[in-house]
Design a protein around this ligand. Sequence first.
Ligand SMILES: Cc1ncc(COP(=O)(O)O)c(C=O)c1O
Length: 365
Amino acid sequence: MKMETLARKGILRITSYVPGRSIEEVQKEFGAKRWVKLASNENLLGPSPKAVAAIQKELLHIHLYPEGPCTILRKAIAEKLAVPEGRIVISNGADNLILMIASAFVNGGEEVVMADPTFPVYTNVTQIMGGKPIKVKLRDFTHDLEAMFKKVNRKTKLVFICNPNNPTGTTISIKALNDFLSKLPRHVIVVLDEAYGDFVEEVFCPDGLDYIKARKQMIVLRTFSKVYGLAGLRIGYALGREDLIHCLYQVRDPFPVHRIAQVAAVAALNDKDHVLRSIQCVHEGRRYLYKELDKMGIPYVPSQANFIFIDFEKNSEELFLNFLKEGIIIRPGKVWGYPTFARVTIGRMEDNQRFIRALKKIYGR
Ligand SMILES: Cc1ncc(COP(=O)(O)O)c(C=O)c1O
């Protein structure tokens, strides 16, 4: 029987997510001995040492199922953010929470508004549910909330706002978000993805927590993959009004977060030193990279995240191969429709300096 007949309608047409190349994958192909991955916006300082210690202790208990609702971690997040536990749901990464949101709210044929380009998982999950992604071009590399509002209609169910936006690192303003929310009909839920929120310096950038405390029709996404340095463990959480969060629990796996991730996240959440060092590293790296790119006359989009979207003004796929020869993995912009751009993660100062040295060599400047 044909797979088109067996599979659910539309499943075979879903545009699959293309992740950044991993070190394991490229090191066989390219000769470099030391690799630095600047392709997936991980924390190059590594995990919190306290999280590593907690993991080592927990290893002896992995014969036991994890605690399903992640009660201890949820309590720790609730205390830190001063929100009731009922407004928090934890799962195995923000990716999984995005899928849960689509599973809980998007009926076949409903529309989901998002920016273009933005985090591609929003498109994937919409298509999985038989919904229709409605993409609205960025203006000046930033969400154009007015244009997005014009796309909202009776069929709209969700609006994804990635703030800061991946891949551009730009943020919306509090005023733009408030204007947008004030006009939005009640059948639409806003999903504010704050995966990179910890790195923001811009004072007029909204904080999703304020909207959760005000019980707006919004779900805010956060992750332990970025500032907390736990991307390999897959853990993140969503905040929202109790009735919205209840719907997410309805579609949640019984044990989505393993024991190791739960204890590591609790330890990382309490490791203020590591969080501060990680934020400082990104802020310093951002300034250093701006300075060097300015000197070389290479344009970039000023970023509020732990990555920079750089316009190399030449085919970035070729550039990507040249960087691989130098042992550096970046993310070419073709997937987002920007073939001369690449997204480069801000690393430790030695990683940033290595990137700039390689760039000078490749550019011959
Ligand atoms: C904007 C955005 N949201 C969500 C995620 C997924 O985060 P997680 O690692 O928690 O699945 C990413 C990952 O890079 C991201 O860039």
